[in-house]
Ligand binder design. Structure first.
Ligand code: ADP
Ligand code: MG
Length: 567
């Protein structure tokens, strides 16, 4: 039988160290993470069984089972989901999926400096499984993938390495055994039934599969089984039994009435579907009736994940049909630039066996998508400004990308843009506010783009505009070039670059132009390779000269960006 010992990826080692030393005040969250993984594993199996029904075999009652063992101080979490193969275990439980991203390393560095890893940060790292090591000195994972005949046993003490071996396992799915650490005084005891029940009620109540635990209870003894005394009276009428109790209500949050769902319940559900650990910034919960009927529950996160711009990032909504899971990351329900939105759509009229390919042409799906996009814009535009700005800081760069890609909603997205301006000081301004405060006689919205704010604020290109008391939007994100190029105008006002063309503010006097003709020709000759034209301009007030672009050419910043990206 195959048996190997592997060293953890370096990032995992650092992570484990941080988890163990930083999360002691949030110990109980390990259980939510393991249950969430078990639920994901069953979802995955269901999705697969839609096209390969035979993989379910006779094991069709899905469950998650919790077994505490006081004597041996272990806690076991078991599921009959999709399971893992030997290779899956090495891949999924030895590395961190997001470890390659630049954001990951930055955050790791930041936490090392701070000396603390907050639960939010861990959540963004995507290290749900590793949180087992907060409470366990040893973790054993036994698993068998659906359709496979061999299983795998993974074991680690959470320090430098783990071992993997082939294993005979009779049923499909995953069993995780935590060998619990000796707790400190006042610690929760995770083999205690009421502790487990309480954690599950608070964090995992909405999980769609039964979370079972064998518990002790009393039941009446049937008449014929009762032992009688001399007088014919029953000695005992009740007896102790151990039987399965379902610890979660399994109620789909989106199908419940809004008034009946507590904020904490929404938050826990959000954390489960998004795999984030933050509080959602906004939520929207709707039951739509009429021609098309469906439930929607969507969330806007408060913090961006590290891999927001990663190409293969999971995004999209979870799709359900009459509370039965159809698929996660349903990209057809949201355009890519709204990829930060998390949530669920439950469409009763959808075919349960719908495939991803069919979804693209499905008119019901298109209809739902259109409505959700509209609702997301409503939600964002109604946010209180301060709160919106912190959203913008996190997700603005992604939202912006909608302007060049979603023609239909261009104007709406434009209303959500925020920029620093020559007049806004530390604050950011939207285009609407800009237009409302335009100077008298000002016809256009002016912007200037470049690498950083200091350089922009000192740009000679601003002189003439400043003299006229015109405000200028300052853009430092390379994407903004594409944004303004495709936006072109807002509320009927054209967007104009402060560094392109002649700004049409005022013409330089003929006299001046004429008297410097000789000088201009000389400069042009000397700089032949580099400049197209040398001419008098009205745009400068204090500086002697500046470089500017043709009205329809690339800006200097854009040229730099293009050069840097090798184009
Ligand atoms: P995430 O859930 O965000 O993917 P985790 O660290 O919680 O990250 O889990 C890592 C991976 O390990 C999962 O993506 C999954 O592939 C695998 N895994 C964990 N638990 C299970 C389980 N109970 N059944 C099958 N696979 C699992
Ligand atoms: Mg997880």
């Amino acid at each position: 039988m195959k048996q190997e010992t592997h060293a953890f990826q370096t990032e995992v080692k650092q992570m484990l160290h941080l988890i163990i030393h930083s999360l002691y005040s949030n110990k109980e969250i390990f259980l939510r993470e393991l249950i969430s993984n078990a639920s994901d594993a069953i979802d995955k199996l269901r999705f697969k069984s839609q096209t390969e029904p035979e993989i379910l075999g006779s094991d069709t009652d899905f469950y998650i089972r919790i077994t505490p063992d006081k004597e041996n101080k272990t806690l076991t979490i078991e599921d009959n989901g999709i399971g893992m193969s030997f290779e899956d275990a090495v891949e999924n439980l030895g590395t961190i999926a997001k470890s390659g991203t630049a954001g990951f390393m930055e955050a790791l560095e930041a936490t090392r400096k701070e000396g603390m890893l907050t639960p939010e940060l861990i959540g963004q790292f995507g290290v749900g499984f590793y949180s087992s090591f907060i409470v366990a000195e040893k973790v054993v994972v036994e698993s068998r993938a659906a359709g496979a005949d061999k299983g795998v046993r993974w074991e680690s003490e959470g320090s430098g390495e783990y071992s993997v071996a082939e294993l005979e396992k009779e049923n499909r799915g995953t069993r995780i055994t935590l060998h619990l650490k000796d707790g400190e005084e006042g610690d929760l005891n995770f083999t205690e039934e009421w502790t487990i029940k309480d954690i599950i009620k608070r964090h995992s109540d909405f999980i769609a599969y039964p979370i079972l635990m064998e518990t002790e209870s009393y039941e009446p003894i049937p008449e014929e089984e009762q032992e009688k005394d001399e007088e014919g009276k029953a000695k005992e009428t009740m007896r102790k039994v151990r039987k399965d109790e379902t610890l979660n209500s399994m109620k789909a949050i989106w199908a419940r009435k809004k008034e009946e769902v507590k904020d904490e319940e929404y938050t826990e559900f959000y954390r489960h579907i998004s795999k984030n650990w933050d509080e959602p910034a906004e939520k929207l919960h709707l039951h739509l009736e009429g021609a098309v009927e469906y439930d929607v529950l969507i969330f806007i996160p408060s913090k961006a994940p590290f891999d927001l711009f990663q190409r293969d990032r999971r995004h999209g909504l979870h799709l359900y049909c009459k509370r039965v899971f159809v698929m996660d990351d349903c990209k057809e329900l949201l355009p890519e630039y709204l990829g930060f939105v998390h949530g669920v759509v439950d469409a009763p009229d959808l075919d349960l066996n719908v495939s991803r390919e069919i979804l693209q042409q499905n008119s019901l799906v298109r209809n739902i998508r259109k409505n959700i996009v509209k609702r997301v814009f409503d939600l964002l535009s109604k946010m209180e400004e301060e709160k919106y700005l912190s959203f913008w800081k996190e997700f603005g760069p992604m939202l912006k990308a909608g302007i060049p890609t979603d023609f239909e909603n261009k104007e709406k997205i434009a209303g959500l843009l925020r920029y620093p301006t020559t007049k806004s000081g530390e604050k950011l301004k939207g285009l609407k506010e800009y237009v409302e405060n335009m100077a008298e006689g000002q016809e256009a919205i002016y912007y200037l783009s470049g690498e950083n704010l200091t350089a922009l604020m000192n740009s000679p290109h601003l002189e003439a505009l400043k003299a006229k008391d015109y405000e200028v939007l300052l853009m430092t994100d390379p994407v903004d070039e594409w944004v303004v190029d495709s936006l072109r105008e807002f509320e009927g006002k054209p967007l104009k670059s402060a560094e392109k063309g002649d700004l049409e503010l005022e013409k330089p006097s003929e006299e001046v132009a004429e008297s410097f003709k000789g000088l201009f020709e000389f400069i042009k000759k000397e700089l032949e390779e580099d400049v197209k034209e040398v001419k008098a301009s009205a745009r400068l007030k204090e500086s002697v000269a500046c470089l500017s672009a043709d009205a329809f050419a690339m800006s200097a910043f854009m040229e730099k960006v293009m050069q840097a990206s090798g184009q």
